[in-house]
Every structure is written in structure tokens, then in C-alpha cells.
Write a protein that binds this ligand. Sequence first.
Ligand code: UDP
Length: 235
Amino acid sequence: MVKRVLVKFSGEALAGKEGYGIDTKILNYIAGEIKELVDNGVEVGIVVGGGNIIRGVTAAADGIIKRTSGDYMGMLATVINGVAIQEALEHAGLEARLQSAIDMHEIGEAFIVRRARRHLEKGRVVIFAGGTGNPYFTTDTAATLRASEIEADLLIKATKVDGVYDKDPAKFDDAVKLEALTYDQALNDHIRVMDDTSIALAKENNLPIVVCNMFEKGNLLAIIKGDMSLCSIVK
Ligand code: UDP
């Protein structure tokens, strides 16, 4: 069984129907799903995106805001989401620690991998906010990076879809779900599992990536126990 996992939640997932901001019902749901993992002895790290608040590329689209500044704004958005997730986890009775790639002592700890590992060993959930701390990256890449650093057995990308398809299932009725694919397939076929940087890093570190539907209750624990029916795996 998987001992240590990193779960990546997109910012958008937190927004709920509004498409913007943070829906506390979703936070509560996520905390419940994470609690199931912890209660089953799994060590959990979380990376959260910021797309529900701001994305660098969008912020910089008309050239008034520079891309690098837009990206820092996006990284700050992930910290806002990270604080929210920390609260929800504590509300659910879990111990949680927020670590930020950008120093913000009043809000969270600095990212220190050895410290993160120690928290995990003690059963605390560690939320890695601030992305990689660098512009031009995504939180998917941050998730692959942190998962590799903490030596997670698995990276779960929690999404709204139940896996990877050969084409967009929202547009094509005949889209076929791919149960398993290789890193090279994910890279070469430009299947939009994650950006190429994160896939390349996962390949280099032999980190399996599971793409799953987070809104299927109990799915995260099912995956940990080896039931991959509601997901796709890249390995
Ligand atoms: N970002 C960044 N470096 C990182 C991670 C994130 O610059 O290492 C910025 C980037 O502008 C990105 C934004 O933060 O658009 C929010 O992250 P992302 O778009 O990955 O969030 P998600 O799509 O998962 O909600």
C-alpha cells in the first residue's frame, strides 16, 4: 500500500459553481477525503493551485502587468488557498502545517524539506504553497517537485474528470479513456494530463501520476488501496 502521497488540487476545484473564490463546502469535502487517508495511516502532502483567484498568463495578457509579476500574483493566490485548506483540515480534526516557497513567516513556515518530512512522519498534513517559488512554472510542476522531494510513492492529480482521454470528452462522444499510459505517451501525444515540465520531472524520478475525479467520494482512499477504476495512471 502507498505510504506517502502528494495530492494536487487545482485552484479551480476550490471555487465550486461560482468559478471564482473559495467555496467552504468544497474545502470541507476535501478535508474529509484527506482525513480518510490520514486515518488509514497514509502520510499526506498537498499542493494547491491558484487559478480560482489569478493566473500569471491571464493577468499579463494585455501587457500592462509583466508576466513575472503576474506569476508572483498567482503564487500568492496559492498561499491564500493554502491557508484556507489548512483551516479546513484543522476543522476536520487533523494537524496541518502550511509551508510556503516564498517566505511569509507570519502565515506559514518556510519550505524546508527535512522539516516537511518530519511533519509527515508525525501524521501532520503538509500543505505546500507558493508553487515552486519561481515564475514560469505551474503548480503541477510544483506538485511533481514536492512529491519527488518528500519521496512520495504517488502523485494524485485531483480533478473534475475521471482520468485521461484520447481527446476532450466534453467535445467528443467517442473519446476513449486511457487506463494507463507511459510518460512518453503523455509527452508525445500532448495529452493534457499535466504540462510537459511536470511529466518530464516525474519521468526522471519514476513518480507515478494518478489523474482522478476528486468529487467521487472515497476515491482518494480507493486509489491508495489500489483501485484505479475511476482514474488513469501515468507511469
Ligand atoms: N505560478 C508560478 N510558479 C509556480 C507555480 C505557480 O509562477 O511554481 C503562478 C502562475 O502564474 C500560475 C499561478 O501561479 O498561473 C497559479 O497556479 P496554477 O495556474 O498552476 O493553478 P491551478 O491551475 O492549479 O489552479
